[in-house]
Design a protein around this ligand. Structure first.
Ligand code: ZN
Ligand code: ZN
Length: 439
């Protein structure tokens, strides 16, 4: 039975506002909720972060569950601690049990007292956390293949599609696709085994869309970067590098994941996506990058496991891969700590000195501001920045601080290229608000 259970739901992967993907980040969960990192590991029958990482990368050998009920139960258990006093189950007295907030079915409390004291903070987050609790179960349908659902050929030119509001009307079959998933067997299996009642249909449709939007947000952000840099996929094949591709991005990645670019630029000359990052997960995309001329009218995905500047030394400098026309980084997070910045520094300087059109995304306006400061210190020429019109619609809960304002994948972006011109060094410094000059 265990071997038939689709892989570990992504929601188990600990993610926070400033998303970490390394050991120090994982254990930082404990600074808010002492013992939370251990709790997660014990629920997944693992001894340390290394084993957790190995299990995530080499599914399904590491994590096995006897049945779906156990899988959903253990997943939910990783969210079980008192939101008031941060106690985890093993720190409770014998009379105490953790009870869930009945409104959101997301956060837990050890006592009425803790719940009452936390309410002024929690009431601001409760409505959104209700959606998050649904999403973290429905997200499992990404692993069963129900999501993402197919999308349509674009009926408008890319220049006319400036946001989700322009994209949505082109999806004539959206309702039908959602209905198919809603009545599918995996949806039924999910709610038969989940540790909570099934939400109503409108809630489930909303959730399916939010999860799909997170997936599409990455492709449409790449499309936006192509458009804003004035790159022309009809004039020549384009090579696009995704620097710092994470395990979340590459786990379960399929060769068709960027096909929305075919809908966006029908009959293009060929687009190659190269995912590069130390956490790239093995799978069908793990194949060498193209040296030149990708297959016309198709998106070709390849991957390299390593830091971006290492990829450059090992592959680009030996001319074993085409030079990038564009480099995109989803949530590089180099502002988060000196260690991460150190890892990114050679890449940032490389992008600057080779004058490569680049676009990075962030989880929040605060991250945007911090990242801008670093890029300006490096005298990188920032072309524009601000809220991303193709931000994910799915709120992300900060696992160890549920009442914190949720963040959204790719909610903000910075577009930059080359070295800051001398005359710009004084005076007109671009800021977070000098945004969205559309080409
Ligand atoms: Zn408590
Ligand atoms: Zn609540």
């Amino acid at each position: 039975m265990a071997s038939q259970i689709p892989a570990l739901p992504q929601s188990i992967t600990p993610r926070t506002g400033s998303v970490f993907s390394d050991q120090s980040g994982f254990y930082a969960l404990d600074s808010n909720v002492p013992g939370l990192s251990k709790l997660i590991l014990s629920k997944l029958n693992m001894k340390d972060y290394g084993e957790y990482r190995a299990a995530v990368q080499e599914k399904p050998k590491g994590v096995t569950f006897r049945n779906y009920k156990e899988m959903f139960q253990k997943m939910e258990d990783t969210f079980k601690f008192c939101t008031g006093c941060n106690k985890i189950p093993e720190h409770l007295s014998e009379q105490q049990t953790l009870k869930r907030c009945v409104k959101c079915l997301n956060v837990y409390y050890c006592s009425k007292d803790c719940q009452r004291k936390d309410w002024p903070q929690h009431k601001k987050a409760c409505t959104t956390l209700r959606l998050v609790a649904i999403d973290r179960l429905v997200e499992w349908l990404m692993f069963t293949g129900d999501l993402p659902f197919p999308t349509e050929k674009w009926s408008k030119s890319p220049d006319e599609v400036k946001s989700w509001n322009d994209w949505m009307p082109m999806q004539a079959n959206l309702t039908a696709h959602l209905s198919t998933i809603l009545s599918g067997t995996n949806m039924a299996t999910l709610w038969k085994n989940a540790v909570r009642p099934q939400p109503n249909e409108a809630d489930l449709r909303g959730s399916l869309w939010r999860i799909q939007s997170e997936f599409l947000s990455r492709v449409l952000t790449v499309g936006m970067a192509i458009r804003r840099f004035g790159l022309d996929p009809y004039a020549k094949p384009l090579t696009i590098h995704l620097a710092g591709a994470s395990h979340n991005e590459t786990m379960g990645a399929r060769l068709t994941d960027y096909d929305e670019l075919n809908n966006m630029f029908p009959k293009h000359q060929g687009i190659e996506i190269v995912m590069v990052g130390p956490e790239v997960v093995d799978g069908p995309i793990m194949r060498p990058p193209l040296v030149a001329f990708g297959p016309k009218e198709r998106v070709y995905i390849s991957a390299f496991k390593g830091l971006y500047h290492q990829f450059w030394e090992a592959v680009e400098e030996k001319k074993d891969a085409a030079k990038p026309d564009l480099v995109v980084g989803f949530h590089p997070g180099f502002h988060a700590n000196p260690g991460l910045l150190e890892g990114w520094l050679p890449t940032l300087l490389l992008l600057r000195d080779f004058n490569i059109p680049s676009l990075f995304t962030m989880y929040s306006e605060m991250e945007l501001k911090c990242s801008l400061e670093i890029l300006l210190e490096l005298e990188v020429h920032v072309r524009d920045s601000g809220p991303n019109p193709f931000t994910s619609q799915k709120p992300e809960q900060v696992q160890s601080c549920p009442n914190k304002a949720p963040v959204y994948c790719n909610s903000h972006f910075i577009r930059f290229q080359g070295l800051l011109p001398c005359e710009d060094l004084e005076g007109s410094v671009p800021t977070a608000s000098s945004s969205s000059s559309s080409l």
